[in-house]
Design a binder for this molecule. Structure first.
Ligand SMILES: [Zn+2]
Ligand SMILES: [Zn+2]
Length: 340
């Protein structure tokens, strides 16, 4: 089969590789679309601890069941599916306490040990597959995974009815966070980004207010929307120097700051302000099966509006170009998807 192979940093090569065979308990999936995630761009730059070459990446995948391995009864071949791209051991402390996202032996789809969706086929434990409703297009279905990341973060932050929220960064993860926060009951959602194109999509997904970060004035705007106190929950869905300090200055006393983006470079940050304001700073890592189930339901409910987040489609042969484009993060781009 053809696959886009991550051969070394900044080098993606489309070539023939062996077609995987489904082992006992597994299904073989024919890929329809696979998204290029921000984490894959970090890997592309050699900044990801586990996604290292050589690998077939791609963990935001929608496809069709092609064949079943021994002992598997479903989903039946021909079923349109998305995959929960996380294998957990089921035995460690975290797995046995309902937090498989923190599994000590976790493997994500697209790591060297588990070839992902940038090929014509991939094999997966059949239990990780979820059928997708007909009204969700194949490319849109790839957004279930980033939405599950957002659902997990919104749950970590404890966002509830009427809460006032700031989402910093309106790339795919930030946009999905806007949707998840609104679904959780947030009354005010302020989204920021460097690009008006992304902010327009944020409004489409439920942001009540937007601010182009180039214009500045974020902490002032956040305090204004929070009756002079600041906002209840702030999500960092982007990484840039100074962003954490802006988050701190936008958050009310005892408010919550949740870290969703990847932060490969150490930063010098002000710790006295969050200490004195009794802020809660939370990390957030992938999702649980229940987060994924909730995300699938939200995608089905919002299929028409989330479709605006898929902005570019490329064949596998154009994969290297697709990565260069996703890496540049120019105007008018949210999610780039590959089609084998
Ligand atoms: Zn992702
Ligand atoms: Zn485990």
């Amino acid at each position: 089969m053809r696959a886009l192979v991550f051969e070394s940093p900044l080098t993606m090569v489309c070539r023939e590789v062996a077609r995987p065979a489904p082992a006992a308990g597994e299904a073989l999936v024919r890929v329809r679309y696979a998204g290029i995630c921000g984490s894959e761009i970090h890997a592309y730059h050699g900044q990801h601890a586990k996604r290292v070459p050589p690998a077939i990446m791609g963990h935001e995948v929608a496809g069709v069941v092609e064949a079943l391995g021994a002992g598997v009864t479903g989903p039946a071949p021909g079923t349109r599916v998305v995959v929960l791209p996380q294998k957990s051991c089921g035995a460690c402390h975290w797995c046995t306490h309902g937090q498989p996202n923190l599994c000590d032996r976790k493997v994500m789809l697209g790591e060297p040990a588990w070839s992902g969706g940038y090929g014509e086929f991939f094999a997966t434990p059949a239990g990780l597959l979820h059928p997708v409703a007909d009204r969700v297009a194949d490319d849109v279905a790839t957004l279930v995974e980033p939405l599950a990341v957002a659902v997990h973060a919104v749950r970590r932050a404890g966002v509830g009815l009427g809460d006032r929220v700031l989402v910093m960064g309106a790339g795919a993860i930030g946009l999905m966070t806007v949707l998840a926060a609104r679904a959780a009951g947030a009354g005010t959602v302020l989204a920021t980004d460097l690009f008006d194109f992304n902010l327009e999509r944020a409004r489409g997904l439920g942001a009540t207010h937007t601010l182009n970060a180039r214009a500045g004035g974020l902490p002032e705007r956040a305090r204004e929307l929070g009756d002079g106190r600041g906002l209840d929950a702030v999500f960092l869905a982007a990484d840039a120097p100074g962003l954490f300090d802006q988050a701190v200055r936008s958050t009310r006393k005892q408010g919550t700051i949740t870290l969703i983006a990847m932060f490969p470079d150490p930063r010098t940050v002000d710790l006295q302000t969050p200490k004195a304001m009794e802020h809660v700073v939370r990390g957030s890592l992938t999702f649980t099966p229940d987060d994924f189930r909730v995300a699938l339901g939200l995608i089905e409910a919002h299929a028409a509006t989330v479709a605006a987040c898929i902005t570019h489609r490329f064949g596998l042969a154009e994969g290297a170009e697709a990565f260069r484009l996703a890496d540049r993060r120019g105007e008018d781009l949210v999610r780039v998807v590959l089609r084998p």
